[in-house]
Design a protein around this ligand. Structure first.
Ligand SMILES: [Zn+2]
Length: 265
């Protein structure tokens, strides 16, 4: 049911009307996060922030990430994440998640190899607050090859130097490990990622109208990058093979509803 699809090959030849592609705005299925079966109903929020699980409320973008993790680490033997978590195939993984909330933080609590990180402004890097270690993704304090799985959900578009972050993720991943992440992707997928803002001498320089998302601490978080097709090249420069993951037939028509899995060979 799940597959790893080349983003270029998977892109529709003609622009897709998302509203039309989502009609009917509900489908019957099983949640890749919690296994619940039922109706997944679209809302006005767009595909990726929509179609919540009727039981656990995980939205499509989180469920696509769960599907990517199950495909890569579960070898297709597990149909949902909360089951996978209880098995040795998951329990033996060293996992870093850069988040303070979200479905993975809940389901991985108590997992022996789970490390949760966040960039606190008032905590020194490497030190923890309430069990969450402070990390700047551009300069992590972890040793090389520390993790099998790195999870970030709508984080990569907010980092100031994405090249540094991908290099750091590649460094801390073990061979065979993977970074499974979500970022907003707009169709038609642009060829080149667009830099919306950058840091120059510690000051933010806006190249485009500033755009903010709500951060993990509910403060506005500036979008630095709108990603495009060259997201694959960005990862290749650091030895990672990035592909897009889509679970559902109708989602396969929506490039911007994919999770990305970047594997270190
Ligand atoms: Zn669910």
């Amino acid at each position: 049911m799940n597959d790893l699809t080349d983003p270029v090959a998977a892109e529709p030849a003609e622009p897709v009307d998302e509203a039309a592609a989502l009609r009917p705005r509900a489908y019957a299925g099983q949640c890749e996060m919690c296994g619940a079966k039922g109706a997944f109903v679209g809302t006005s929020l767009g595909a990726r922030e929509s179609f919540p699980c009727p039981a656990c409320r995980a939205t499509l973008r989180y469920r696509e990430q769960a599907g990517a993790i199950l495909t890569h680490f579960g070898r297709g033997r597990f149909s949902f994440f909360t089951r996978f978590v209880r098995f040795p195939e998951c329990q033996r993984l060293a996992i870093l998640e850069a988040a303070i909330r979200g479905p993975f933080t809940r389901h991985l609590k108590g997992h022996p190899g789970y490390v949760q990180s966040y960039l606190f402004e008032d905590v020194p890097p490497g030190e923890s607050r309430d069990g969450v270690v402070c990390q700047n993704l551009e300069a992590m304090t972890f040793a090389d090859e520390s993790f099998d799985l790195v999870i970030t959900s709508d984080v990569m578009e907010h980092v100031a130097d994405v090249e540094k972050v991908v290099a750091e993720v590649a460094r801390v991943l073990k061979p065979g490990g993977a970074h499974v992440f979500s970022v907003p992707l707009k169709f038609p997928l642009r060829d080149h990622s667009q830099v919306r803002a950058r840091l120059v001498g510690g000051e933010i320089e806006h190249l485009l109208e500033p755009r903010y998302h709500r951060s993990g601490t509910d403060t506005p978080s500036l979008v630095f990058t709108d990603f495009g097709r060259d997201l694959v090249d960005l990862h290749a420069r650091h030895g990672l093979r990035a592909t897009f993951h889509r679970s559902h037939p109708f989602v396969k028509r929506l490039v911007h509803s994919a999770a990305v899995i970047a594997v270190r060979p």
